[in-house]
Design a protein around this ligand. Structure first.
Ligand code: DGL
Length: 278
C-alpha cells in the first residue's frame, strides 16, 4: 500500500467507495452533515457485486482503490460497503496508511446496541458478509447476551444495480421473502447490513410498520463518525470554505449507466462520471 508523507489539508477530499451504487446512500448522508467537504466517490462497477465474491478476490479489488485515493490526496477514506468492510482488517490497513479509514459496520452496530430491547437482532446482508460473521462477532464483542440472526439476500443487489429499486412490484416480493425468515425469530432490531439495501429501506420499513422493529441504517451513523474524526483532527473544511464541496465520481466500468441510475439514488444530478481502470 502506498505511503504518503505530505501534510493533510482541510480542503483535501474525503474518499468514499463501494462496489457500485450502494455507497451513494452513505455519501448522501455525509454530504448532508458535511456539505462543505470535497468528495471523491469510486464505484467498482467492473467487479460488482462484491457480495458473492471470495475474500481474496475482494481484497484484490480494494487495495488499488485505497492506493488511488491516497494518490488523490484524500484526508479520510470511508469504505461505504459492508462486504468490503467485512473482508479487510481495518486495523491492519490503518497501520499501513497515515490517514484515517473507517467502515460502515461498527457505526451501524453501535446504533443497533442502543436500540435492541428484547435482545434479538436480525441482519440482512450479502453472502460474503454473512460468511465473514463480522456482525455477530462485532455485536457479541460488546454484548455476549444478544441473539443474532442473519439472512443473506443475493438477489437484491443485482436488482438494485439494474435500477429496479423503484419497481416495488418486482423487488418487494423478493425482499419480503428474505425478511420473513428473520421475522420468524421475533427480532426487535433489523440491521440493513448492505449499503445497497438502504436504497430500498422503505420496502422493509412498510412491511414491518406495525411490528415494533427498529431499522438500523448505517448511513447517518457513518456520517457522524466521519464528522467526529475530522472535527477531532481539526480537518473539517467549513473553516475555510463556505461553498458546497466538489464531488467527483469515478467508476471502473460503464460510467453512463452509473450516471443514469446513480442520480436516482443520490437525489442530485451526477455529472462527468469518469472511468478509471485501476
Ligand atoms: N453494497 C455492498 C455492501 O454493503 C455490496 C453489494 C455487492 O456488491 O454485493 O455489502
Amino acid at each position: 500500500m502506498i505511503k504518503s508523507n505530505r501534510r493533510v489539508k482541510n480542503n483535501d477530499p474525503i474518499g468514499i467507495f463501494d462496489s457500485g451504487f450502494g455507497g451513494l446512500s452513505i455519501m448522501s448522508a455525509i454530504h448532508t452533515i458535511l456539505p462543505y467537504e470535497n468528495i471523491i466517490y469510486f464505484g467498482d462497477t467492473m467487479h460488482s457485486p462484491y457480495g458473492s465474491k471470495s475474500r481474496n478476490a475482494i481484497r484484490e479489488y480494494i487495495i488499488p482503490i485505497i492506493n488511488f485515493f491516497i494518490k488523490c490526496n484524500v484526508k479520510l477514506i470511508v469504505i461505504a460497503c459492508n462486504t468490503a468492510s467485512a473482508t479487510v482488517s481495518l486495523p491492519a490497513i490503518q497501520n499501513k496508511i497515515r490517514i484515517p479509514i473507517i467502515g460502515v459496520i461498527l457505526p451501524g452496530v453501535k446504533l443497533a446496541l442502543t436500540s435492541s430491547c428484547h435482545r434479538k437482532i436480525g441482519i440482512v446482508c450479502t453472502e460474503s458478509t454473512l460468511i465473514s460473521q463480522v456482525y455477530p462477532k462485532t455485536i457479541n464483542h460488546f454484548n455476549k447476551k444478544l441473539k443474532i440472526y442473519q439472512q443473506c439476500c443475493p438477489l437484491l443487489v443485482p436488482l438494485i444495480e439494474e435500477g429496479f429499486s423503484n419497481n416495488t412490484n418486482v423487488i418487494s416480493t423478493i425482499a419480503i421473502n428474505y425478511l420473513e425468515k428473520l421475522l420468524y425469530y421475533d427480532i426487535d432490531t433489523l440491521i440493513l447490513g448492505c449499503t445497497h439495501y438502504l436504497l430500498i429501506k422503505n420496502i422493509f420499513a412498510s412491511y414491518i410498520r406495525n411490528k415494533n422493529i427498529k431499522i438500523i441504517d448505517s448511513a447517518k451513523a457513518t456520517a457522524y463518525e466521519t464528522y467526529n474524526i475530522l472535527y477531532n483532527m481539526k480537518l473539517t473544511n467549513n473553516i475555510y470554505n463556505k461553498n458546497h464541496g466538489n464531488i467527483l465520481f469515478f467508476v471502473s466500468d460503464n460510467p453512463n449507466k452509473f450516471q443514469t441510475i446513480g442520480q436516482k439514488f443520490f437525489f442530485q444530478t451526477i455529472n462527468n462520471v469518469q472511468q478509471k481502470n485501476l
